[in-house]
Design a binder for this molecule. Structure first.
Ligand SMILES: [Zn+2]
Ligand SMILES: [Zn+2]
Length: 281
């Protein structure tokens, strides 16, 4: 019997993906997936639409990707099946969302101040959910200043530490892991070795995270080289962490397809068994 196809990291229009949550679950089933995690940035606002539209034959793991940092380096934490009503975590996630909007406004102000023909209204209309950098990038494309969204994520524009880039709030990752655990959720380090996106934390930080309650490492990710995967697999084994795989699907904002990388049934089962905040749907 062929194994289940499980993709544990995807984005919808509730954050910076281009597929609405209710269509994402249908696309997931059509792509042959058996289980999908919806993990929008710092928000659970896509959960209900995905759950209501959930087709027979697809399991939905409700999750989020939380903006964190450690030692001044940004990193992302996947949190699965946590209780969204647990106030200490919900409050921190709201602060992260507010900071994203403030930061997007700041970046647009910097562009406008330099005479770049984009407006806040234009950017806001491009976002269904939380306004993010991809929406500013789309506005730059609309205005004919860059050819593609990727061309906007460069030092001349809104790439990290770029000319029109603004910093946003991030949670200390050890604090975030603690909050996720208290909320009955399961924490997995998203794309720990995606060095093409900027600086990554060292193994010493992963050791600290494991001690704080981290459950797994996302090893099979589109941004990981074969060397990074081999290294992370060894590290996970040493630290007793499970390993996951996923597409980090963003719809048309990236070229990766749903199910491009998958999580094993064993790791999926271990995540469900460990979670006490919510059930898989
Ligand atoms: Zn991420
Ligand atoms: Zn992601």
């Amino acid at each position: 019997m062929p194994g289940l196809k499980i993709d544990l990291h995807t984005h919808s229009t509730a954050s910076d993906g281009t597929t609405p949550p209710e269509l994402l679950v249908r696309e997931a089933l059509d792509s042959g997936l058996d289980a999908l995690a919806l993990t929008d940035h710092d928000t659970t606002s896509g959960w209900d639409a995905a759950a209501e539209a959930l087709p027979v034959g697809l399991r939905l793991v409700r999750g989020a990707e939380i903006s964190c940092s450690r030692n001044g380096i940004s990193l992302h934490l996947l949190a699965y099946l946590f209780d969204p009503a647990y106030a200490p975590l919900a409050d921190r996630m709201r602060e992260l969302r507010e900071s994203r909007v403030n930061r997007a406004e700041q970046m647009v102000r910097m562009l406008v101040a330099d005479g770049v023909p984009v407006t806040w209204e234009q950017v806001r209309l491009l976002a269904d959910g939380t306004v993010g950098r991809p929406h500013i990038a789309q506005a730059l494309v609309q205005s004919g200043l860059v050819e593609s969204v990727a061309d906007a994520f460069t030092p001349e524009w809104i790439g990290t530490h770029g000319r029109y880039w603004g910093a946003k709030l991030e949670l200390d990752v050890v604090e975030a892991i603690g909050l996720v655990e208290e909320a009955g959720g399961v924490a997995v380090f998203a794309h720990p070795g995606a060095s093409s996106r900027g600086r990554t934390v060292g193994d010493d930080v992963i050791v600290e995270m494991a001690a704080a309650g981290l459950v797994g490492l996302e090893v099979d990710h589109p941004d990981h080289t074969p060397e990074a995967r081999a290294h992370l697999n060894r590290l996970a084994q040493e630290l007793g962490l499970l390993t996951t795989g996923s597409s980090d699907f963003h719809g048309r904002n990236k070229t990766v397809a749903l199910g491009a990388h998958l999580t094993s049934e064993d790791a999926y089962g271990a995540i469900l068994a460990r979670a006490s905040g919510l059930d898989v749907l």
